[in-house]
Design a protein around this ligand. Structure first.
Ligand code: HEC
Length: 180
């Protein structure tokens, strides 16, 4: 009797696990379209925030320094950022920019506005391979002809990647950006 009960419990467990795992994998074309629509709605909210002064107190918006969100290099996170002095996630860098250039209040990691910003920034950079830890080295070094290449970036790769003329407005350094 005891043996058959154990067997029954075992069979029921196996059936339960099987039904959960098949259910978890199943989705229809309708589901896909719905999820994609939900995602793109959030991307659009992020795009609006990125181009508006709503996140700060000084009328500055993200696009003034990052005209194209792609130059925020989301694929390089987590990485060490000198402004914060440790390895950080992308949302912490976004908060650094909200707090400093925009003089606004930082957002919680799960704030819908933060999720929208991250969705927009990463969507703009879709298809670029992940490269956590990477740094794009600054252009002024190029003027001297002796770029101080980071350990991850050779001077020649750096030179060919440089696109001067996209400097962030409003930064005291006026350092031009390099985009991949
Ligand atoms: C006044 C100019 C300015 C504004 C406005 C600005 N940023 Fe930045 N942003 C910077 C600077 C300077 C850095 C640091 C670059 C570095 O050290 O890699 C930076 C870095 C970043 C990075 C990391 C880039 C990288 O290559 O690692 C992200 C992400 C970012 N900003 C997002 C934003 C968002 C989102 C906003 C709007 C809320 C914003 N920034 C507004 C100047 C600005």
């Amino acid at each position: 009797m005891k043996k058959s009960l154990t067997l029954l419990v075992l069979m029921v467990s196996v059936l339960l696990v099987m039904s959960f795992s098949t259910r978890a994998d199943e989705f229809t074309q309708d589901d896909l379209e719905r999820w994609n629509k939900a995602f793109m709605t959030v991307v659009e909210q992020g795009e609006k925030l990125f181009h508006s002064p709503a996140l700060g107190r000084n009328k500055v918006s993200c696009d003034q320094c990052h005209p194209n969100a792609a130059n925020t290099h989301p694929e390089t996170y987590p990485k060490f950022q000198k402004q914060i002095g440790k390895v950080i996630s992308l949302f912490e860098m976004v908060n650094w920019c909200i707090r400093n250039p925009l003089e606004g209040d930082p957002l919680a990691a799960d704030d819908p506005k933060m999720i929208a910003l991250l969705a927009y920034i990463t969507y703009e950079r879709r298809g670029v391979p992940l490269d956590p830890g990477k740094h794009y080295v600054l252009v002024p070094a190029l003027k001297t002809g002796y770029p101080s290449a980071s350990p991850r970036t050779s001077g020649s790769r750096l030179f060919h990647r440089a696109r001067p003329g996209t400097s962030p407005r409003g930064t005291s350094s006026g350092t031009p950006w390099i985009s991949a």
